[in-house]
Design a protein around this ligand. Structure first.
Ligand code: GBH
Length: 492
């Protein structure tokens, strides 16, 4: 792995295209609050967060950062930070409270998003809109088990997508169908630690089947994504002229022992299970990777010829979320029935004792720009599709204790270094020919981090969660990021 020069290095001046998008990303369930305002229906995360024991600090997302009420202030803050774009998601159950294709539309919910889009555009900020960031309407979960029922779910998602394109597509030109379908399936249906909280651990979770359900749900996501894209391309794109794609999550996996061919293979297999599972059907072979079929057999669904044709090519760009790198070791034993990672183990250090990166405030996340650079090349070499980086960022130790009344601002050097490293990797990849068109830092402000509640502060601004106003205080890194992109983006 090669460590790239930091973003601010002189050789990176003006290497990014003049229409490069940079900004911050958020997700509805993590920021909006107002969980039942103006007719919104329950989502699976509203319900899940109320179950004792599911969220580390016992919090729910009922208020989150109150972004539903504070969107005008938020847009002003974005403007102050100098972004040219902002990525956010729509809460399906705000727009169609019961979710289904024959259920009523909540005009107030649509109006909120329309206002947000107008406010952004009036401030020269380009909206990137995600249709689905994990918050399935609870009513669909109750009605037929949500994505476990591909036949019933798909028309509901199609209708939801159509409503959004029709209402917002005159102004929104960048659409993302799903955020991290792989995380939704594995955390929600294999590990059971995210909503809807199903798994093969019935003493803790709703009784599911970690050996089959994740793959059924993944298949539903791929096919329903492709159906929504087909609708956009046929009914809306000719007049609205936007682009549409999907966002996939992936860490970089490096071999624990780079001289052991089995570890080298295992590291690549880990990326195939995590990334190629979704990316090969869309951008590559049109089918799941052979190593997944070998391990999972018929527990992995089969694409019908019609589905295959629909899914292949169903994304105008590669939406990329990535945070960290792991060392990966092969296992000699046969894979467990519930394994969904490719029969490997993850490690914090490699055989030589080298750490996978500097520690953030979050156990799974360590800073590793070299791994990020290697992953950019892996994705580009395999799929040759323009990349929109839609999430990347970090927590930093000590931020919970910061005192907003101290009179000093939060000088988050760990996060500043993280951005110098990771954005440096973006610049380096672009210099060697990788087509990268955006970078969205995760995330705009500290927020409600799913099962981690308020214990992970990923924000470019610090939020006083105790205050009624959820006051935002920009961290130094947010301004530094603006300076970095000023250096990197070509002027017209
Ligand atoms: C992103 O997922 C999400 O898109 C975003 O909403 C989220 O807020 C952000 O990351 C930061 O967390 O606790 O050891 O079980 C990134 C993929 C998948 C990484 C779940 C953390 C939990 C690991 N995430 N994973 S663990």
């Amino acid at each position: 792995m090669k460590t790239p020069p930091i973003a601010s290095s002189p050789e990176n001046a003006s290497v990014l295209r003049s229409d490069f998008f940079w900004g911050f990303a958020t997700a509805a369930a993590q920021v909006e609050g107002a969980w039942d305002a103006d007719g919104k229906g329950d989502s699976i995360w509203d319900k899940f967060s109320r179950i004792p024991g599911r969220v580390i600090d016992g919090s729910t997302n009922a208020d989150a950062t109150c972004a539903y009420d504070l969107y005008k202030d938020d847009v002003q803050l974005l403007k102050k930070l100098g972004v040219n774009s902002y990525r956010f998601s729509l809460a399906w159950s705000r727009i169609i409270p019961l979710g289904g294709k024959d259920d009523p539309i909540n005009e107030a919910g649509l109006q909120y998003y329309s206002n947000l889009v107008d406010e952004l555009i009036a401030n020269n900020i380009t909206p990137f809109v995600t249709l689905f960031h994990w918050d399935t309407p609870q009513a669909l979960e109750d009605r037929y088990g949500g994505m476990l029922d591909q036949a019933r779910y798909t028309p509901d998602f199609e209708r939801y997508a159509r409503v959004c394109f029709a209402a917002l597509g005159d102004r929104v030109k960048h659409w993302i169908t799903y955020n991290e379908p792989g995380v939704y399936t594995l955390a929600g249906y294999a590990a059971g630690v995210h909503a809807p909280g199903r798994s093969s651990l019935p003493e803790r979770d709703d009784p599911g089947d970690s050996s089959t359900e994740p793959f059924i749900v993944a298949h539903t996501e791929l096919v329903s994504h492709a159906r929504a894209v087909k609708i956009y391309r046929k009914e809306f794109k000719p007049t609205q002229k936007g682009v549409i794609g999907i966002t996939l999550h992936g860490n970089y996996s490096a071999p624990w022992d780079e001289n052991d061919p089995k570890d080298v293979e295992a590291a690549d297999r880990a990326q195939q299970f995590e990334i190629a599972c979704f990316a090969d059907p869309i951008y590559g072979s049109g089918d799941y990777p052979p190593c997944m079929r070998d391990q999972l057999g018929d527990r992995l669904p089969h694409f019908t010829p019609e589905e295959k044709a629909l899914v292949k090519g169903s994304s105008d760009f590669y939406g990329m979320n990535s945070y960290t790198t792991f060392y990966v070791r092969h296992r000699d034993e046969p894979a467990d029935i519930n394994d969904h990672k490719g029969n490997i183990t993850f490690h914090d250090t490699n055989k030589a004792g080298v750490s996978r990166g500097a520690e953030s405030d979050t156990p799974w996340l360590r800073s590793n720009p070299a791994g990020f650079l290697a992953l950019l090349h892996w994705i580009w070499d395999r799929y040759r599709t323009p990349i929109y980086i839609t999430e990347n960022g970090t927590t930093a130790k000590g931020e919970h204790d910061w005192d907003p009344t101290s009179g000093f601002w939060l000088d988050d050097t760990f996060r500043q270094d993280f951005f110098e490293g990771y954005v440096g990797a973006v610049a380096d990849a672009v210099r060697s020919g990788v087509d990268i068109r955006s970078y969205f830092a995760w995330t705009f402000t500290d927020n409600w981090e799913w099962a981690a509640g308020y214990t992970d502060r990923f924000g470019g601004s610090w939020v006083d969660f105790e205050s009624k106003e959820k006051t935002r205080y920009p961290k130094k890194s947010a301004f530094e990021l603006g300076r970095i992109f000023e250096h990197l983006i070509k002027k017209n």
